[in-house]
Design a protein around this ligand. Structure first.
Ligand code: UDP
Length: 429
């Protein structure tokens, strides 16, 4: 890195995470991989000497206006609309009030206090766009999911993303100085579907906390969770919503039992996570589906778990499944592999990057129970195949880390700042 590039490294980044707070427990409601991403990259940025202020919307009168998450990472809980009762689709009407709360905070600082704005998800991008204009700093944007991509791959009972998002997302993509995509496929979608300039898209894979998610003894993990040591455990971890396809696991487990009735005394399906968005009815619907399929005795549900508790879940599972209809990356797949557990995932979005097909897990095309039962049958009935994949999981997972992600983000911020300043000089010359 040249001395100019080093000098241009941001000292302080304003991170916008409007619709979900980094203080929330992921795995339910609107909190998921994006929250983990924001928290982990903020922690790493602070370690690398860049301060982070995260702006989010307060959803309780209990939270103080400012919270220190880690040394060098502050969360500003801005009052913007009622604390409770708003869902994600109500938030476009709160953008103005959130934006004015952000601008009020900045008004207390000297000009140039923040070097870069990094917005997460299109709602934050809209406010980031305004902040960029007011503060004269570059806007870096991560979409996390794209409405056009999501709408093209909906589960049968899912609702399409509204037009307000499609239009709003397009505006942010067009106006941001840099876009961060999780994978090359997402970078291609930004270019092909949203007309992004390829030169302004950085592909930066997310990471996994390799200190927390480590392999461990399966029996100890099963004892801790009260699961039988001899069971064949297939796990689903994530928000319970149509997009994540948890019913694919239930249907394919029923198909497995139809093909191999002798598995009934050993098979155990573990579903971990809470309801989310238009999946609010989901846990009940999944219970009903298990009943209809005649497999209630093999399915167990666990509420959302902390990251530390999830380590035991991943270690206890023989296979972790990610049957999503769309997934911009799929942190759960990486976490499971970091714990030494192979993953069977849908061949969609970022999952072909998160899972090395045939090496650390299997990718399945489509979502029909027969195809999924084939893949799960291969791994449940052939323990030596499962063990071979398990042996390759940690090597695959360790090629991803939040440190790598954050170093690449810092480079992107620096490039964005240099390009922004050069353009500014051109305009004022
Ligand atoms: N998660 C969690 N507790 C749960 C379920 C999930 O902490 O009970 C976390 C999980 O560890 C992962 C994130 O939520 O880091 C989900 O991220 P992923 O990319 O798999 O899905 P997303 O939520 O972004 O759709």
């Amino acid at each position: 890195m040249t001395s100019t590039t080093l000098r241009m490294r941001p000292r302080r980044v304003a991170v916008f995470s409007l619709h979900t707070s980094p203080l929330e427990q992921p795995g339910t409601g609107d909190a998921g991989g994006m929250n983990v991403y924001v928290v982990r990259t903020a922690a790493q940025l602070a370690e690398l000497g860049t301060e982070v202020e995260i702006f989010t919307r307060a959803t309780s009168s209990e939270v103080p206006p400012v919270t220190e998450l880690f040394p060098g990472v502050t969360v500003r809980n801005l009052v913007a609309g009622p604390f409770e009762g708003l869902d994600k689709n109500d938030l476009p009407a709160q953008l103005c009030t959130f934006a004015s709360a952000v601008l009020r905070v900045e008004a207390h600082h000297d000009p140039g206090y923040y070097d870069v704005v990094h917005s997460h998800y299109w709602l934050s991008g809209q406010v980031g766009w305004l902040a960029r204009e007011r503060w004269g700093v570059p806007l870096v944007h991560t979409a996390h999911t794209l409405a056009k991509v999501k709408n093209a791959a909906l589960a049968a009972d899912d609702d399409p993303e509204p037009n307000v998002r499609v239009v709003g997302e397009q505006q942010v993509v067009s106006d941001a100085d840099r876009l961060v995509a999780n994978t090359g496929a997402e970078a291609g979608q930004l270019v092909d579907l949203y007309g992004a300039d390829p030169a302004e898209v950085s592909t930066i894979p997310p990471g996994v906390d390799l200190n927390r998610f480590t392999p461990g003894d399966q029996e100890t993990a099963r004892d801790a969770l009260g699961l039988p040591r001899e069971a064949l455990v297939l796990a689903f971890v994530g928000r319970i919503q149509p997009l994540k396809g948890p019913e694919v696991l239930l249907r394919s487990a029923a198909e497995l039992l139809r093909r191999y009735p002798e598995l009934r005394s050993r098979l155990l399906v573990l579903v971990v996570g809470g309801p989310s968005g238009n999946g609010t009815e989901r846990p009940e619907a999944l219970h009903r589906l298990a009943e209809e399929l005649g497999i209630t005795e093999v399915v167990r549900f666990l509420p959302p778990q902390s990251g530390d508790a999830l380590v035991e879940v991943y270690r206890a599972a023989d296979v972790v499944t990610v049957p999503s209809y769309n997934e911009s990356f799929g942190l759960v797949a990486l976490e499971a592999q970091a714990c030494g557990t192979p993953v069977v995932a849908a061949a969609v979005g970022g999952l072909p990057v998160a899972v090395a097909d045939g090496v650390s897990g299997l990718l399945v095309s489509g979502h029909d129970a027969a195809g999924w039962a084939d893949a799960l049958g291969t791994l449940t009935l052939r323990p030596e195949r499962r063990r071979r994949l398990a042996a390759a999981t940690t090597a695959h997972a360790t090629s991803f880390s939040w440190k790598h992600t954050t170093e690449a983000l810092l480079d992107t911020y620096t490039q964005a700042k240099m390009a922004f300043n050069a353009r500014f000089r051109e305009v004022s010359a």
